[in-house]
Design a protein around this ligand. Structure first.
Ligand code: SF4
Ligand code: SF4
Length: 481
């Protein structure tokens, strides 16, 4: 078997295996919850970049990001510095999905679109602008602001069903469809024009000593390399590929009909054949993961519901309840009867205790986020009335106060002080519910409380050029008893 064919089989096998594994984890997470498989953000290296500001500032992570995310981020950075954008060409499952559609198009003999070079350059710049905007807002707010627009997040939520995709990932789903269907005519269009991780890796790739070199003495100028390049790089006219847009896919190396004409080289000298390049990619990327496991750093998910619910102070916090938790888990962890929750939200009596909150919301036509938030508030209020999470209520007295006539989570109810869960998505109205006064608000922010109580704190902070993280800290400090 030819060395090129062997390398291709190895590359495609690796990519398909990673895609299949990532898909399996995503489906397991959607169907079985956070305790069965990590949430999709936990194993996306871009999440590490999104969390890096908080990590450096406080040693913590933004929601849904785990230590493993940071490890994957570090291994991606190391990989790009040593081997250029090998992450894009060998690892990224979203790139693999687009590649599959590109190969399908080749099989169907669909003619590719060639974008005029000036337009292509302009389109490339979109992802660099996107990277700056995403990092600015993510670092400022401390939340995964990109998630609703992320086609990988949308793909990872397909198993959650159409209603969740529509409600939470509508734009991400559109990006996903455009990326995949569009790859029939415009290969890797998401990588080329929109991927913020691709933009970050593209910039770092300038540091890498490894790139593709073309031998001008053996090149027969057939231009096959140019035709197959999914990034539309003019390979045949330069002695080496200098472009940040090179995805390290190796398509040009494989397409070149003259042996030893296109080759990966480090510092222009040492030749790395395509198979060695792939093996080195896996060794670096997964080597970092293995080292982190040996060092006890690797952690993708919570080992128990108790851990998932426990906050930095060591106490179980209802604010950490997730849509992928079941009524049974919440009942057990907070010592609250399942019936109390069922009654509170007027759920059907046959609601299964082992059903996840998000599935219960979908089955009862409730908006998932609002329902989960309602459960958090209800549990917090319940604990205030009937005991603490570590102290079982002596009688179901608080349940007796819950009648089917009560409406789910009214603003009057949230007007009592509840467990503080202040973040960028918190509204002014919720802040008032936590006990914030207009006067204290002005003392902290230096600005009058907005009349629009539906305004998000994030929007308020942005409009008034205030730092969301600092605001959050001050609000919590002011509201804590
Ligand atoms: S230059 Fe070669 S390796 Fe880089 S994107 Fe184009 S075909 Fe792939
Ligand atoms: S495919 Fe190979 S021989 Fe043909 S133009 Fe490109 S580098 Fe030269």
């Amino acid at each position: 078997m030819q060395a090129k064919t062997l390398s291709r089989i190895f590359q495609y096998g690796t990519r398909l295996f990673i895609l299949a594994f990532a898909t399996y984890l995503a489906v397991m997470h959607q169907l079985k919850g956070v305790l069965a498989a990590p949430n999709p953000h936990a194993y996306c290296p871009f999440g590490g970049l999104e969390s890096v500001y908080k990590f450096l500032a406080s040693g913590g992570y933004i929601q849904k990001i785990m230590p493993a995310t940071m490890v994957l981020f570090v291994s991606s950075v190391l990989l790009v510095v040593v081997l250029n954008r090998a992450f894009c060409g060998w690892i990224c499952p979203l790139g693999t999905l687009q590649m599959l559609f590109d190969r399908l198009a080749r099989f169907l003999k669909i003619k590719k679109l060639r974008v005029p070079p000036a337009v292509e350059r302009y389109l490339h710049s979109l992802k660099y602008v996107g990277l700056v905007v995403i990092l600015y807002f993510t670092w400022k707010i401390g939340d995964l602001v990109y998630s609703p627009y992320d086609p990988w997040a949308a793909y990872a939520h397909i198993a959650a069903g159409f209603s969740e995709l529509y409600a939470e990932f509508l734009i991400g789903s559109i990006f996903l469809l455009v990326a995949l269907i569009g790859s029939l005519w415009l290969p890797n269009n998401f990588c080329r024009y929109f991927c913020p991780m691709g933009a970050f890796l593209g910039i770092l790739s300038k540091l890498s000593p490894t790139r593709i070199y073309r031998s001008e003495t053996t090149c027969i100028n057939c231009k096959k390399c140019d035709r197959v390049c999914p990034a539309q790089i003019a390979i045949s006219t330069e002695p080496k590929v200098k472009s940040m847009e090179c995805l390290s896919c190796g398509d040009c190396v494989v397409a070149c009909p003259v042996d030893n004409t296109l080759m990966y080289r480090t510092w222009g000298k040492r030749v790395l054949n395509w198979l060695v390049y792939g093996i080195a990619t896996l060794v670096i990327f997964f080597g970092v993961v293995e080292i982190s496991k040996l060092a006890g750093i690797w952690k993708t998910s919570y080992s128990s519901a108790t851990e998932a619910l426990t906050d930095d102070s060591g106490a179980k916090n209802p604010a950490n309840i997730k849509g992928s938790m079941t009524l049974e888990t919440i009942s057990k962890e907070f010592n609250i009867p399942v019936e109390a929750i069922v009654q509170k939200f007027k759920l059907p009596e046959n609601t299964k205790a082992d059903e996840m909150l998000k599935n219960i919301a979908a089955a009862n036509n409730l908006e998932t986020d609002a329902f989960v938030e309602g459960v958090r508030t209800f549990i917090a209020d319940y604990l205030k009335q009937g005991g603490t999470s570590s102290e079982k209520p002596s009688s179901p007295a608080p349940v007796a106060t819950v009648t089917p006539e009560q409406t789910p989570v009214t603003q009057e109810q949230t007007a009592q002080p509840a467990t503080l869960d202040i973040r960028g998505k918190t509204t002014i109205e919720e802040l008032l519910g936590y006990g914030m006064t207009k006067e204290r608000f002005k003392e902290i922010t230096g600005v009058d409380m907005p009349a629009d109580q539906k305004m998000l704190l994030n929007d308020f902070a942005t409009a008034n050029h205030l730092d969301m993280e600092a605001l959050k800290t001050q609000f919590i400090k002011a509201l804590q008893p």
